[in-house]
Design a protein around this ligand. Sequence first.
Ligand code: SF4
Length: 353
Amino acid sequence: MTVFQSSCAYCGVGCGLTITSHSTPLSSESPQLDGTPAAFTLKGDQSHPANLGKLCAKGERLLESLVQPNTLRYPRLASGKVVQWDEATQLIAQKFAETRQQFGPDSVALYLSGQLLTEDYYVANKFAKGYLKTANVDTNSRLCMSSAVSAMQRAFGEDVVPGCYEDLEQAEVIVLIGANTAWTHPVLFQRILAAKKLTNAQLVVIDPIKTATAKQADLHLAIHPGADLSLFTGLLGYLADNNKLNHSYIAAHTEGFDEVIQPAQHLSSNLAALAKHAGLNLELLLQFYDLFASSTKVVTASCQGVNQSIIGTDCTNAIINCHLALGQIGQVGSGFFSLTGQPNAMGAEKLVV
Ligand code: SF4
């Protein structure tokens, strides 16, 4: 019996797994899970900080997904013929060599997944840049996370998320924007709900759709698609209008604040118009703004509903600006949190870019 630790690669929570091989230990000769599902058992890793032993339905069925008839488990040619790894590797090498010879090194590219380990990205980058001599190596996490990354580089000077899962458990107010966390980050959402029961934290969900997440919210702001940037820019103006700014924090840790606050106060000068633009009634808008302004521990977490937009970077930046204005960032239970689509999106961004 062999016990080893791994992680679920389905979603950005990155839950830790404990896998037990009962009869067919993994070896370099059999790198795939060739045994029947009964040869392995899987459970959540109690010691892993992301999930503390919990798994969602997708993670619990990981082993089953590896032995489905339509799962690609062996190299297969375009003709459908299954071949050995040696033959497949030689064919790939031959195609790379022929293409490079005919069209030059930049005619080939590697496209990786945000599910890989950082070490895998390192090896792939070495292979692409050092051996194939091409800079064409990218991951699908660029599509997923580039808005958030660009906003954090703009706001902080580097791609760094100023928060962690524990902050979500210690916040007074949790704002989820563009994030159907109940479906996309199930174990984390269960953690949020469990913490909410203990702390009475208020859950605000900003989403045009009444998602499974929105149904559990204390406050659901069903804004018009694309109104997220105005909503948070107006919030910044509202904080200034109501003397909520943390001036000492702003003076010590920000620059260019005056340039940001002027357009924000222009928006907040007509909250009725702003509410109409966002598709909300004024009362609901004010309820959200008051809650945000009067709470000392707010975490705002965003996901693809914010990222996958031409104003995704600006919107994320607008959210961060509100936290900077209150000095609610980098403190226990408060700050901005970017929910990733994939478990190692950040590793990919760091190594590929
Ligand atoms: S929450 Fe995500 S990482 Fe965790 S078990 Fe479910 S799919 Fe896997």
